[in-house]
Design a binder for this molecule. Sequence first.
Ligand SMILES: N[C@@H](CCC(=O)N[C@@H](CS)C(=O)NCC(=O)O)C(=O)O
Length: 212
Amino acid sequence: MPTQPHVVFYHSPRSRSEGVRRLIEELSAKVDLKPLNLRAGENRQPSYLRINPMGKVPAIVHDGALVTEQPAIYQYLAELFPEAGLHVPAGDPLRGPYLRWLAFYGSSFEPALLDRALKREAAPAGTAGHGDFDSVFGIVAQQLESGPWLLGERFTAADVLWGSALHWLSVWKMLPEQPAVQAYLQRVMARPAIQSAVEKDNALAKEMGLDS
Ligand SMILES: N[C@@H](CCC(=O)N[C@@H](CS)C(=O)NCC(=O)O)C(=O)O
């Protein structure tokens, strides 16, 4: 019988790593969960900085190798647990768009979002590697118009990443009203694995005292 890969997952509810937990649930992957209380500064302790010098979550360790950065983690885990069919392998015509949307999240969406959240003026379009928030969000919203998923009929790990990020932004009222995006979020959040991960993180957040 093939053995399951041993993956250690450093996680905190109410952070970006909630999305990774949703992916893990979608993949039906068994991982070694290491909760870190960011509020208590557990991620800044030397013991964790030795594992991830950035002191951030999400982070995974597999076969002694550290993987950080959401797009890399989503791609890595989806390929490590291929039975779930959430990765897009090399040679598949959707591979390019799949990688594009994973990378676009980290290299364009997050920086543009930070500009908006901090009320910073976006750097000139010809200088910055990312655009202003409205342009970047407009491109994502347009992509989601045809649906049901980011890549059309095929649900992938990229939907878990985008669905989780957009979900939180919608909860925090940081997203411009866009019916196609709201409909997409409803589809993502209705998935049984996503609901199960949300329930587990709600329980963990309560246990860790993160919701007060
Ligand atoms: N570039 C990282 C960002 C991760 C990140 O910023 N994580 C936050 C939680 S949402 C964190 O760990 N913050 C704690 C800290 O920096 O002390 C990624 O995409 O995974």
